[in-house]
Design a protein around this ligand. Structure first.
Ligand SMILES: Cc1cc2nc3c(=O)[nH]c(=O)nc-3n(C[C@H](O)[C@H](O)[C@H](O)COP(=O)(O)OP(=O)(O)OC[C@H]3O[C@@H](n4cnc5c(N)ncnc54)[C@H](O)[C@@H]3O)c2cc1C
Length: 413
């Protein structure tokens, strides 16, 4: 048994064998040789989503090709590519992605599989950029689907249940510059009463909070330089920060991307963390719930009421907005969402003890948990209207249930 853990070290993958194929041909042989297979990308998920009853495959050795098609406005990336390398290659060629997550360290295929997102009212999650997907199915067959093909909308955010993604074609846009400014001391009254105005005020808006505090600690604003600014020096009563800040008190500010209004390429501003440094703290567990935008203020007030119970466990929370999409298992399927994210200390038992209380208030509002983070319960049939179609898609591409680990069985049950 080869012991493998996730990036944060809070989860030991269940598996009896481990492989790191160096080519797509080697990968295909591994899939058909095993009764149970799962893959891991850059290991930044926090739960048992990648556990395997037999073989665990790392995509680290798969091709890291990046091919730009300027005419089609797409980039096609190999299964081993991380956003940090992709962003650099695109920027050098004058192109951009529409958005990034908080960190560029994650693999593109792994992020897409779990509906990873950044922020911005007009920005769909990262999976919405996918125009084409190429995977090896449970029978080892190469399958290619393009936007518009039957089943495509089910195959993009697939929680690893259809097979191993070996290439993705993504939409690209001409490069753009972004400036980041942080504002401290946003009052809760303004944050809730003017919620829509606040989130509409820039390309990407995040609010960082510990909930149980008199004001939101930081509003993190990312503006496109080519759009007129709607943010002055006073952000709904909050004050612009003159110094660079990390969202977690006491952490090294060298780890975060350039702030205080210095304009720079999207590739060096849309993520909160720099590729060359450790993102977040490393010693942590994360949870996140995507709540329908229409219920955002109720959700925030409900979590604030739980604030004293979260104290001691919570390093920081982040509130973001995500545009609706059509991807069957996307946490923003057909609904504009607000993400309520929690970076916890690495105390699995403590976190497990508070999650039911959070879910008790957020699930009745229509919340869906982030696929790659820690959650307690899940009623997937109630949360995902296309779950039956997804099950049929999984049966078609993986008839022997090779990719159906305990996590997927719970989702499809
Ligand atoms: C510090 C930190 C910050 C984060 N910030 C954000 C954020 O801003 N927004 C957000 O939404 N999430 C965020 N996350 C969560 C993270 O983006 C997701 O967990 C994402 O899935 C990580 O990608 P990965 O390659 O590490 O996936 P892994 O954890 O390696 O794999 C996750 C799942 O993806 C599937 N998968 C991976 N590769 C493939 C493949 N080639 N083919 C098929 N399936 C595959 C597998 O089912 C696997 O089980 C953060 C995580 C960390 C650690």
């Amino acid at each position: 048994m080869h012991e493998q853990t996730n990036w944060a070290g809070n989860h030991h993958y269940r598996a009896t064998r481990f492989a790191e194929p160096q080519s797509v041909d080697e990968l295909a042989a591994l899939i058909t040789d095993s009764p149970a297979v799962r893959v891991i990308g850059s290991r930044h998920s926090f739960n048992d989503i990648a556990d395997s009853d037999d073989l665990l495959i790392s995509t680290t050795g798969l091709p890291t090709s990046v091919e730009i098609d300027a005419e089609a406005r797409t980039v096609t990336v190999g299964g081993g590519v991380r956003y940090g390398d992709l962003a650099l290659a695109l920027q050098q060629a004058g192109w951009a992605l529409h958005n990034l997550a908080s960190l560029p360290h994650i693999s593109v295929a792994g992020a897409v599989a779990t509906a990873t997102h950044g922020s911005g009212d007009r920005n769909g999650n990262l999976a919405t950029a996918v125009r084409g997907i190429h995977f090896l199915s449970g029978t080892g067959e190469a399958v290619e689907l393009r936007r518009g093909d039957p089943g495509f909308e089910g195959a993009v955010v697939a929680i690893g249940a259809l097979g191993v993604v070996v290439a993705l074609t993504l939409d690209i846009v001409p490069t753009f510059a972004v400036r980041q400014r942080l504002f401290s001391g946003l009052g809760w009254d303004a944050a809730t009463a003017r919620f829509d105005e606040i989130f509409a005020s820039a390309y990407s808006v995040s609010l960082f909070t510990l909930w149980d505090e008199p004001t939101v600690s930081l509003a993190w604003i990312k503006e496109r330089v080519d759009e007129p600014s709607r943010v002055g020096e006073d952000f709904f009563g909050a004050i612009a920060e003159a110094e660079v800040r990390h969202m977690i008190a006491g952490m090294d500010v060298r780890n975060v991307t350039e702030q205080v209004g210095v304009a720079g390429p999207w590739s060096e501003r849309l993520a909160h963390f720099r590729y060359e440094f450790t993102p977040s703290t490393g010693a942590e567990i994360q949870s996140e719930y995507l709540v329908p935008r229409a219920r955002a203020v109720e959700a925030i007030e409900a979590v604030r009421a739980l604030g004293p119970r979260l104290r001691g466990l919570l390093q920081i929370s982040e509130i973001r907005s995500v545009a609706a999409d059509r991807l069957w298992l996307s946490t923003a399927y057909e609904t504009e969402m607000i993400g309520l994210h929690f970076t916890w200390v690495r105390d699995s038992e403590g976190v497990a003890a508070v999650l039911p209380a959070i879910e008790e208030v957020l699930y009745p509002l229509g919340a869906r948990p982030h696929w790659g983070k820690v959650f307690a319960g899940l009623d997937a049939p109630a949360m995902y209207p296309r779950l039956g179609d997804f099950r049929a898609l999984a049966d078609r591409h993986d008839p022997e249930s090779r990719f159906r680990n305990a996590f997927v069985r719970r989702v499809l049950a």
